[in-house]
Design a binder for this molecule. Structure first.
Ligand code: ATP
Length: 760
């Protein structure tokens, strides 16, 4: 090391030591505080039985809140002690005389006395300069103010086990070596967090206006999943006062993915967020007893071309996700509303208490911000209160009326007649009072019964009860043939007591409009990964039901393997569903090598849609290699040999991808006998087993990544059709380092269309 750098290195070592010592002091103090707080809580609990218990209770709450905060802070500090920061910037603000030196880490730490930052959080405004700024004049925004200044140094550190190993200064010419190093790592050594190497285009997405929704079209491996999670972390940092992490929600495509997310990002402070799949979430909201067809079933049938009327089935899947279907549901909702709406006066005995017109106005106008069933509850409440108030008045009125009549009767001269009238009035009075009493007890219940409510499933089934019925709502939008097909299809499905994922848009929407979405399930901010698999209607319904448009939507149309039911483009989302949204693109892929991306790009180009080519970050590797084989046994032996070689090279995260589960089972039969490694045949909703070679159908590999990937075609080849091209593209973009292709003929993997220079 040259002398200058030596001196600088020592200075940095000193700084690191100072930071660690300070952190240790803070940690010791925090532990002491934690102890005191626990002691206080014990005392408060002891006092809880005493007379001033409300005070003790408040004491208890305050202490427990402090304890929670102290514990979280302590945990973070302890976790980062081994690497308190990862970068430094030297930045001189325009109106300040001295240069500020800022060390950037996962959390912030201040010197108590001076309040000078020892570490600044990567999510703080000034840290933006590190991600966004080149050396020279740069500005950043804090509290709606633009702060201008000069960035003279950007330095990255390699700190391991609390020791400074190296540092590197970034200037205009250095390519980001740390990024290169991080991407070149193998899956088991790769940095799971990317805060050190977040790139400017990714930073823009993370920090884009937090008060607006965002839609991100990002290429395979562009960091969509990772960036979406960092955006939440950024959101939590800035809105910690207003939002609890529990009010945020991440919707992942399947359970396996949730495990994968949790593993990948332990330190972002996003663990408490609700993480679930779309299917699970919708079922939670609409009731779990509704059975559903497996969400991959249709895709598999389409791949096998085993469906009768395939075109119509695809049409219907798409139609059920459209906003036109929403219009039909809206028409239907009008009838449901009319049916539930009060029709008669509310009366007790002969007394009208509440006019039908007034009640109808309440139901349709005053309470129209509420779901129908909630409106009905409100009406019931009103009637109940009204009845309570007026019941005694009715009693008094009746009593007075009959007392007066009795008085008059008593004046009658004729004995016989007088007796008869008195008895008559006494009886009638008793009878009427009795009727009032009886009716009052059940009047509201009886009235409510005339505002009928079905189950969600019942309503949905009723929509397709007959073609005539459905035509009433859908006639303006569908041809006779389409109407016939839809009613037949839906009626059969619903008779089996099932629904498809394509129905979830309509069901969630109906649930929201009729019954409401339970408050405890209503997230305030939602992140959706793989959003290309959702339909416009599903997203519209989520937005409506959650009563917020604060969504972060990330996806890739090129990976839209469910495009028969998902998104074909972003237009409707951008223009109609989320008109306030920022739209951004991530074009660069960080996952894979240039060589692998070139081959994947050739496959992508086979699609009719005009999708932009993915730009890989400059990182070279071995070209993909094609192998042919003769028989199933031959294939298995060759793949087994490949796996072993790759493992010897030090790569331990390996996937074998076949088109469908059936294909995968065939190779699994052979590979599971291997004594050199364990294999897992991955099924929907299973988690990945660590250290296993994963055999996975192409459609389940989406979102995953591996060091090396083997794609094979044994009995099932990839056709030159949209979904199949996308499946192959998804499979090809899974590896970080190595890609091997096995087929009897090149054309089985569409390699006839791939430039020959792009593989060996
Ligand atoms: N700035 C970065 N620095 C280091 N690694 C990065 C960076 N951005 C992305 N990566 C890495 O690139 C890989 C791909 O990221 P991620 O899985 O988030 O991409 P994706 O866009 O969701 O991919 P796909 O659509 O194919 O599922 C991951 O290994 C991630 O850690």
């Amino acid at each position: 090391m040259e002398e200058n750098k030596m001196a600088e290195f020592r200075a940095e070592q000193k700084r690191l030591l100072y930071t660690k010592n300070y952190m240790n002091e803070v940690i010791a103090e925090a532990k002491q505080n934690q102890g005191n707080l626990q002691e206080n809580m014990k005392q408060a609990m002891g006092n809880a039985d005493l007379l001033d218990s409300s005070l003790s209770y408040i004491n208890l709450l305050t202490n427990s809140k402090f304890l929670q905060t102290a514990t979280t802070e302590l945990n973070i500090l302890q976790r980062i002690l081994n690497a308190p920061y990862f970068a430094r910037i030297d930045y001189q603000m325009k109106d300040k005389k001295t240069k500020g030196v800022y060390y950037i880490g996962k959390t912030s730490l201040y010197e108590k006395e001076t309040q000078q930052p020892i570490i600044v959080d990567w999510r703080s405004p000034i840290a933006n300069v590190y991600y966004d700024g080149r050396l020279g004049e740069v500005s950043y925004e804090a509290n709606d103010e633009i702060i201008e200044g000069h960035l003279s140094l950007k330095r990255q550190y390699k700190i391991e086990q609390g020791k400074l190993i190296d540092y590197q200064d970034i200037d205009l010419t250095t390519t980001d070596e740390l990024l290169q190093e991080s991407l070149a790592g193998k899956a088991d050594q790769r940095l799971t967090e990317i805060i050190t190497t977040i790139q400017a285009e990714q930073n823009e997405v993370i920090r884009a206006d937090l008060n607006r929704p965002i839609i991100v079209q990002g290429a395979a491996g562009s960091g969509k999943t990772t960036i979406a999670l960092h955006r939440i972390s950024y959101f939590i940092y800035h809105y910690a006062k207003y939002f609890q992490p529990e009010q945020l929600m991440i919707l992942a495509p399947n359970h396996m993915f949730i495990g994968y997310l949790a593993d990948a990002l332990p330190d972002l402070g996003v663990e408490k967020i609700r993480q679930t799949t779309y299917v699970d979430y919708v079922r939670l909201c609409i009731g779990k007893n509704i059975k559903m067809v497996k969400s991959t079933e249709k895709l598999i049938s389409l791949l096998h071309h085993s469906l009768e009327k395939e075109d119509m089935i695809k049409w219907l899947a798409r139609f059920k996700g459209s906003l036109t279907y929403k219009k039909i549901i809206d028409n239907y909702l009008k009838d449901i509303c009319d049916n539930m709406c009060p029709k008669e006066d509310f009366r007790i005995e002969k007394f009208p208490l509440y006019g039908a017109k007034k009640l109808r106005r309440l139901f349709t106008t005053e309470y129209n911000y509420l779901p129908l069933v909630k409106r009905k509850e409100k009406i019931k409440g009103i009637l109940q209160a009204d009845l309570k108030r007026k019941k005694n008045i009715i009693f008094t009125k009746l009593t007075e009326k009959y007392e007066a009549a009795l008085d008059r009767a008593l004046q009658i001269k004729d004995d016989e007649k007088r007796k008869e009238r008195v008895v008559y009035f006494l009886d009638t009075k008793a009878e009427r009072l009795d009727t009032v009493k009886k009716e009052a007890a059940s009047a509201v219940r009886k009235y409510a019964a005339k505002m009928p409510v079905d189950t969600l499933y019942g309503y949905y089934q009723q929509l397709f009860a007959s073609k005539e019925e459905f035509k009433k709502y859908a006639g303006d939008f569908l041809s006779e043939e389409e109407l016939d097909f839809m009613v037949d299809f839906q009626a059969t499905l619903l008779q089996e007591k099932k629904v498809e994922i394509e129905d979830f848009g309509a069901l969630f929407y109906l649930q929201y409009k009729i019954f409401g979405i339970d408050k405890k399930y209503r997230a305030k901010n939602v992140v959706i990964d793989e959003v290309q698999d959702y339909s416009d209607f599903q997203l519209y319904a989520l937005k409506a039901g959650l009563e917020t448009d604060m969504f972060t939507l990330v996806g890739d149309l090129a990976q839209g393997i469910h495009s028969y039911r998902g998104l074909k483009n972003w237009e409707t989302l951008k223009n109609t569903v989320f008109p306030r949204a920022n739209y951004m693109t991530l074009q660069k892929s960080y996952r894979t090598t240039i060589e692998i991306m070139q081959m994947a790009n050739d496959v992508l180009a086979l699609l009719d849609e005009d999708l932009p080519k993915v730009k890989p970050v400059v990182r070279h590797g071995e070209k993909p290699i094609f192998y042919s084989f003769q028989s199933q046994k031959d294939l298995a032996e060759k793949v087994d040999a490949r796996i072993q070689t790759v493992q010897k090279e030090g790569y331990h995260s390996i996937a074998v991808i076949g088109k469908t589960e059936e294909e995968c089972k065939k190779i699994y039969k052979h590979l599971k006998k291997s004594k050199n490694y364990e294999v897992q045949l991955l099924r929907e909703n299973e988690g990945l087993k660590k250290g296993h070679v994963i055999i996975v159908p192409s459609y389940l590999s989406k979102g995953l990544e591996f060091d090396a990937v083997v794609i094979f075609s044994l009995d099932e080849y990839f056709r030159l059709e949209e979904i199949e091209i996308k499946l192959l593209y998804v499979a090809m973009t899974r590896p970080m380092h190595k890609l091997y292709l096995f087929a009897k003929h090149k054309k089985d993997l569409l390699l006839d269309y791939v430039n020959k220079v792009n593989y060996d």
